[in-house]
Design a binder for this molecule. Structure first.
Ligand code: SPD
Length: 426
């Protein structure tokens, strides 16, 4: 006969596979599986991934809960198996030990709620029992799995279905396609959000159209990065463009987006596109002087393979390969999330293109941390994007092409600089 209300097993799993310990969806699946294997009724699961490392989560079961915190860098998971009633939590323990590939482990079992120390209150629990009956369908439990893109002090979290459509560790980064509830399918690289089905147009319209309208006669365009295809899709809406060369370092990004984000990867078959899977930094270094009207750098954040896309040498080469009057546009990070990269890039561009020739365009992307993002320009000529006077041309284009973010007012307004940004750039 049991003399306690609950049974608590505190588990140390060590020597686990670090990749498994950092994979929120597989940990959620295993924790739910561990509960079900032991015959528990799952009510709800909530799991978060913390970038760059670690997963925390809990599976609420009718018999209480299973919880986990992982430290992938130590191959370690701290697991709590708390159960009431007849459930045998050691079945969950064995299941997780195998799934996590734990090389060492220890477990401490404690009885919780010693009956002899407790005083029972008399009250009618029959209505609670009826309610409990509604929870019995194990297919009906709510999954609450969160993807988090964060630095040390700020985060953006998106709830996703737990389904992973694509998950490949390329030579450069981990390429994944997940499905979020609010923003649809999304591309993540090393646990940072790159683009989502629902808000990709904010970014892709703003990286391309302001530069093309400012230039007015761009025929030969180079895109560095941009593996999801959204940037070339927008550029190729301009009929005067004769050739776009796109150089993406990671073929896995292209592949993932072709399969799972076809509306973004919609222009890869366009005959004007010369698509190269190669190192964009080396490509720019070897490219001929004054070859391009516009160079667009659609890179990821300045860690991993995109780090070199924030270097002085790279932008000196971009300047060299632009024709006179040419325009550079670079993914410029956020003045609220990555202030250092944002301002350093602007200093670099001002140093190369001239003090008045490196304007910043601000725009809004809900799925990037803080939502406020930038493109930074390098102008190798007199045309200033802010001073554009082509309103009716822009409006007609936006209308004809069904654009959802860019218009003449947004073009001009995006180059207005809030005071805190001016201060950052001093
Ligand atoms: N933190 C997100 C930075 C995103 C940079 N590039 C996105 C690629 C979209 N084509």
């Amino acid at each position: 006969m049991s003399h306690a209300l609950g049974n608590h097993i505190l588990v140390e799993f060590m020597g686990c596979d670090p990749h498994v310990m950092n994979d929120v969806s597989s940990i959620e699946r295993d924790m739910v599986g561990a509960a079900q294997k032991a015959g528990a009724t799952v009510i709800n699961s909530t799991f978060h991934h913390f970038s760059p490392y670690g997963v925390s989560g809990v599976v609420v079961i009718q018999e209480s809960h299973l919880a986990i915190h992982t430290w992938p860098e130590y191959g370690y998971a701290a697991v709590d198996l708390f159960t009431c009633g007849e459930m045998d939590a050691w079945i969950s323990f064995d299941y997780l030990k195998e799934k996590f590939g734990a090389k060492q482990y220890s477990a401490l079992e404690m009885k919780r709620g010693a009956i002899q120390l407790l005083e029972r209150n008399e009250f009618d629990i029959s209505s609670m029992r009826e309610k409990a009956g509604e929870w019995r369908n194990p297919e009906m439990y709510t999954r609450n799995v969160w993807f988090t893109d964060k630095d040390d002090s700020q985060a953006l979290s998106l709830r996703f279905t737990g389904e992973i459509f694509y998950d490949v560790q390329s030579p450069f980064q981990r390429v994944r396609i997940l499905e979020s509830y609010k923003y649809g399918k999304m591309l993540t690289l090393d646990d940072m959000v790159m683009t989502t089905e629902k808000d990709e147009f904010h970014y892709h319209e703003m990286i391309s159209h302001p530069a093309l309208f400012t230039h007015g006669n761009a025929k030969n365009i180079l895109v560095i990065g941009g593996g999801d295809g959204g940037t070339v899709r927008e550029i190729l809406r301009h009929e005067g463009v004769e050739k776009v060369t796109m150089v993406e370092i990671d073929g896995e990004v292209i592949e993932a987006c072709k399969i799972h984000l076809p509306k973004i990867a919609a222009a890869f078959d366009n005959p004007k596109l010369d698509l190269k899977v190669a190192d964009g930094i080396a490509f720019v270094k070897e490219a001929a002087d004054e070859a391009y009207d516009i160079v667009i750098v659609d890179g990821s954040d300045p860690v991993g393979p995109a780090e070199g896309l924030f270097s002085v040498e790279f932008y000196k080469n971009c300047y060299r390969i632009l024709k006179p009057g040419g325009i550079l546009v670079a993914q410029g990070e956020s003045p609220k999330f990555n202030e250092k990269a944002f301002s350093e890039l602007n200093f670099t561009l001002r140093g190369i293109f001239g003090q008045d020739n490196a304007p910043v365009s601000l725009f809004f992307v809900p799925t990037y941390p803080t939502g406020m993002w930038s493109f930074q320009y390098g102008l190798k000529g007199a045309a200033q994007p802010k001073a554009i006077s082509k309103d009716s041309e822009i409006e007609a284009f936006a209308d004809a092409k069904g654009l959802r973010y860019y218009n003449a007012d947004v073009h001009k307004g995006s180059f207005a600089t809030p005071n805190f940004v001016k201060a950052l750039l001093k």
